[in-house]
Design a binder for this molecule. Sequence first.
Ligand code: ATP
Ligand code: MG
Length: 435
Amino acid sequence: MSKNIQAVKGMNDILPASVDRKDKLPSSQLWSWFETTLRGVLQRYGYQYMLTPIVEPTALFVRGLGEVTDIVEKEMYSFTDSMNGDQLTLRPEATAGIVRAMVEHNALYNGPLRLWTMGPMFRHERPQKGRYRQFNQLDVEALGFAGPDVDAEIILMVRRLWQELGLVVGQHVRLELNSLGQPEERAAHRAALIAYLEGHADKLDEDGKRRLHSNPLRILDTKNPAMQDVVEAAPKLMDFLGEASLAHFNAVRAILDAAGLEYRINTRLVRGMDYYNLTVFEWVTDQLGSQGTVCGGGRYDGLFEQLGGKPTPAVGFGLGIERLLLLIDELGLAVPSSAPDVYAILPDAAALSQAMPVLEALRAEGVAVQMHAGGGSFKSQFKKADASGARFALVFGADELARGEVAVKPLRGDGEQVTRPLNTAAAWAADLRTA
Ligand code: ATP
Ligand code: MG
């Protein structure tokens, strides 16, 4: 017999919590709760939802992210369209696609936009906890704003999201902040950095040697302990920033300070894409090992032009949903229950024609009703009702039905069992609904 087909390595199913899975990935309940929470937060800050395709022309990412970034060099799922020979790529991130869409539709013609999207991204990485080949991001972009007010607002919005999810800033998640200045400032720093690193070439690892002339800034981001002394003493980009860049950075800081948000300035924070300038930030946690960045973003004022659009200032971030939910799982934070309000017990199949209109009437009033299906004894149905987490069992027993009634039995706490008329469900629905 042939082996069963399995999911592609590094690409995960998201399943209900009742499924006992080996890989300990977050449940779909946690996922839904996160989505509901984030929609509420984004709406309060005036962000509008949008979607872009998962497949884009390869050139979009090569041109948008930069040829010598990790993503473009080795992480993209690219293929040739067999119908017409086009070079295509599964999106590794969301920003390039959004900017492409904005330019294509001249979408900022009527003024700036605050946008968000969410969905799967694809990177050919070594799968491990918190690092997958298909993973999901919340992606938020404020387009047409030069900042620093919007830079700060977007960071404070993430803080609000943490608060609503029950994450404590400073304890579970911390903010790291840096400024990458402008391209000329980076060029001057880059020259100084290369000269410095060439003087310490014997201490660089393979990756470091490879990046010395292609992407030396990324060397500062190394996780290799043997290179920490070298990168610690390297020239800092911060020391190459001009007056305007420093003023922008200080203005962002002043707003965050006034809002009481603590952060650490990390002069080695660089981010993986070439499009960033000025403000960059990461929200990090110590609880997920080396996959500690749950959210990263910054300003990318040059990307519109790079992709053929008019010069347009912009700032945004990507948040790794699997990583965040792993963190929430690990911390054991309280998540609202997804249990039904009511579990309907039908000891006799003949009860269905009388029960169904009652269940429909309750649902019309907003009650979450799970109907027992598939028969079985009263006892086994009652066990299922209990396991469902419902607060009430509705028992459509023959005696009650004969009297035109249904029994309402509390399953949690010590409330009394009552009977209710079948034909006035709308009137007693409120007693069953979660407040
Ligand atoms: P890392 O340094 O961990 O590789 P990155 O800088 O490549 O992250 P970004 O491109 O900034 O990550 O993506 C934003 C967020 O998306 C990350 O902070 C992380 O939470 C999440 N993320 C990135 N790559 C993966 C992945 N392969 N699997 C799961 N989540 C990911
Ligand atoms: Mg990466």
